[in-house]
Design a protein around this ligand. Structure first.
Ligand SMILES: *Cc1c(COP(=O)(O)O)cnc(C)c1O
Length: 435
C-alpha cells in the first residue's frame, strides 16, 4: 500500500469510528484499532516468503498482541502460537490452538509450567541447563512419553542491534545457552547426546533494531550447531530449527520494509543450510505481522502553551505507549491530526508536545512535533501500534485499558467493526486493585 492509500484507509476508518461513537468525547476518549484485512495480507506475505523446499510452520509471538480474538484470527489464517507464560498459554488455548500448534518459550518456566506443557504436548524450548534437569525429572516421573517437541534455546552470541533492550544474542544475554563460552558448546552437545528426545534447536537473535544480516548470522550458527549435534550423535536427532522472530518494522512511513521475502533472501545467503530440506523450520514473528496493522486514536481534551511551547493534552500516554514514553529515541511513533469528525486536519504545522493523561511530566508521546494546530475535541492517531501497544498496558494512575476494535472493509466499501476487547470499566479497575 502507498502512503496515501494507507492514510486514506485510516481516515475512512477513523471517520466511521466517530460516526459509530467508538470514539466519543464522553464515553470513549481513547480506542485502538486492528486492521484485520491487513493482518491477513501480512500472514499471506509470510507464508509466501518461504520456498516449498522448506517445511515451515509459522507461529505468532503472543506477547506482540495477546488479545484472544486476534490470536483466533491468526489461527484461522494458518498460524501457530508462541507463548512465554502460563497466561499466554491460556490465551492461546482459549483462541483454539491445539497443543501441537503452540511453542512455549520463557527463561523462567516454573516446574508447574513445564509439567503442564509436557502433559498437554505443547512444544517446549528449554532456556538453560537447570531447566533441562527439571525436564528430565518430569519426564522420568511420567508413565507415558510426552508428545511435546523439546528443544534448547541457544545464544549464538553474534552481538546486539540498535536497541540494547531488544538484543538477545549479545555475549552476556540472559537468554539461552551460549555457544561461544568456554566449554559451553561441548557441554550442550553432550546434553543432546544423553537425551534422544531433544530434537529441536531454538534461536531468537533479537527484535526491533537488529539488522537482518545479524539475525541471519545468528540463525546460521544455530544450524551449524544442529549439524554438529547430529554428527556427534551419529543419527539425525535434531529434526527442526526454530528461528524465532525479530523482523524489524519500519515506523517512519507506510512502507512495509524489510518484507518477509527480503528476510528469507538474507537467510538464504547467510544460512543456506536451512534450505537444504533437512530440518523442519518454525518461525515466531510478532511485531512484523501486527505493528503496521493497528493504530490508536485519542481525543484531545485540552490545549495550552507553557514556556512558549504548545501542548495538547490527549488521552493516550504511557498507559498505552509505555515504550514510546520511556524510550522516545528508540520507539518514536508517527502521529496524525484529525478534526472531531475524524477527517485529517490541514492547517500549517506548528511544533506541539503531544501529552498523555498520566500524572508525570515525562508522559509525552512526542515533543515539539510539527502538526496542524490542535484544539479540544480533535483526535490524534498514533500509527503502527498494532503490536506491543494497546495489548501491553502500563497501569499507571489506574487508567482503564481502552477498547480494541477489529476492522474490515467489505468489497462494497462498507466498514465493519467488531470488538476485540471491551474497554475496562471502573469495576474492572477496582477488581484488579483489590477493591
Ligand atoms: C518476542 C519474541 C519473539 C517475537 O519477536 P518480534 O520482534 O515481535 O518478532 C519471538 N520469539 C521469542 C522467543 C521472543 O521472545
Amino acid at each position: 500500500m502507498t502512503n496515501s492509500q494507507a492514510g486514506e484507509r485510516r481516515g475512512r476508518i477513523l471517520r466511521a469510528a466517530v460516526r459509530e461513537r467508538l470514539l466519543d468525547p464522553d464515553d470513549a476518549p481513547l480506542a485502538a484499532f486492528v486492521d484485520l484485512d491487513g493482518v491477513e495480507d501480512s500472514v499471506a506475505a509470510l507464508h509466501k516468503a518461504f520456498p516449498a523446499s522448506v517445511e515451515a510452520r509459522h507461529t505468532f509471538a503472543a506477547k506482540a498482541n495477546c488479545l484472544v480474538p486476534v490470536l483466533e484470527e491468526l489461527r484461522t489464517l494458518g498460524m501457530g502460537c508462541e507463548v512465554a507464560s502460563s497466561g499466554e498459554l491460556a490465551q492461546a488455548l482459549a483462541a483454539g490452538f491445539t497443543p501441537e500448534q503452540i511453542v512455549f518459550d520463557s527463561p523462567a518456566k516454573t516446574r508447574g509450567d513445564l509439567r503442564q506443557a509436557l502433559e498437554l504436548g505443547v512444544a517446549v524450548n528449554a532456556d538453560n541447563f537447570q531447566e533441562l534437569a527439571r525436564i528430565d525429572e518430569i519426564l522420568a516421573a511420567r508413565s507415558s512419553p510426552s508428545a511435546s517437541a523439546i528443544g534448547v534455546r541457544v545464544n549464538p552470541q553474534v552481538g546486539g542491534g540498535g536497541i540494547a533492550a531488544m538484543s538477545t544474542a549479545t555475549a552476556t544475554s540472559k537468554f539461552g545457552i551460549p555457544l561461544e563460552d568456554e566449554g559451553s558448546r561441548q557441554r550442550l552437545v553432550a546434553a543432546y547426546r544423553d537425551r534422544p528426545w531433544l530434537t529441536w534447536v531454538h534461536a531468537h537473535v533479537g527484535s526491533q533494531g537488529c539488522p537482518l544480516e545479524l539475525i541471519a548470522r545468528g540463525i546460521a550458527k544455530a544450524v551449524t550447531f544442529a549439524d554438529e549435534v547430529n554428527a556427534r550423535c551419529g543419527r539425525r536427532q535434531v529434526t527442526g530449527i526454530d528461528i524465532g522472530g525479530g523482523l524489524p518494522v519500519n515506523f517512519a512511513d507506510d512502507e512495509t520494509a524489510p518484507g518477509f521475502d527480503e528476510y528469507v533472501a538474507c537467510l538464504r545467503t547467510h544460512a543456506p543450510a536451512l534450505f537444504r530440506g533437512g530440518y523442519q523450520v518454525v518461525t515466531e514473528f510478532g511485531r512484523s505481522l501486527l505493528a503496521k496493522n493497528g493504530f490508536t486514536a485519542a481525543l484531545v481534551e485540552y490545549t495550552k502553551t507553557s514556556g512558549g511551547r504548545r501542548i495538547a493534552i490527549t488521552h493516550a500516554g504511557a498507559q498505552v505507549a509505555a515504550r514510546t514514553v520511556f524510550m522516545p529515541e528508540s520507539w518514536p511513533l508517527r502521529i496524525t491530526a484529525h478534526g472531531p469528525d475524524g477527517a485529517a486536519k490541514h492547517g500549517e504545522p506548528v511544533p506541539q508536545d503531544i501529552a498523555g493523561p498520566c500524572c508525570f511530566a515525562g508522559d509525552l508521546l512526542a515533543r515539539a512535533r510539527p502538526l496542524p494546530p490542535l484544539a479540544p475535541g480533535d483526535i490524534v492517531a498514533l500509527l503502527d501500534t498494532g503490536a506491543y501497544y494497546a495489548s501491553t498496558p502500563f497501569h499507571y494512575n489506574s487508567l482503564p485499558d481502552p477498547a480494541v476494535h477489529g476492522v474490515r472493509i467489505g468489497p462494497d466499501g462498507r466498514i465493519h467493526f467488531r470488538p476485540l476487547r471491551r474497554a475496562e470499566t471502573v469495576q474492572h479497575i477496582l477488581a484488579r486493585t483489590g477493591g
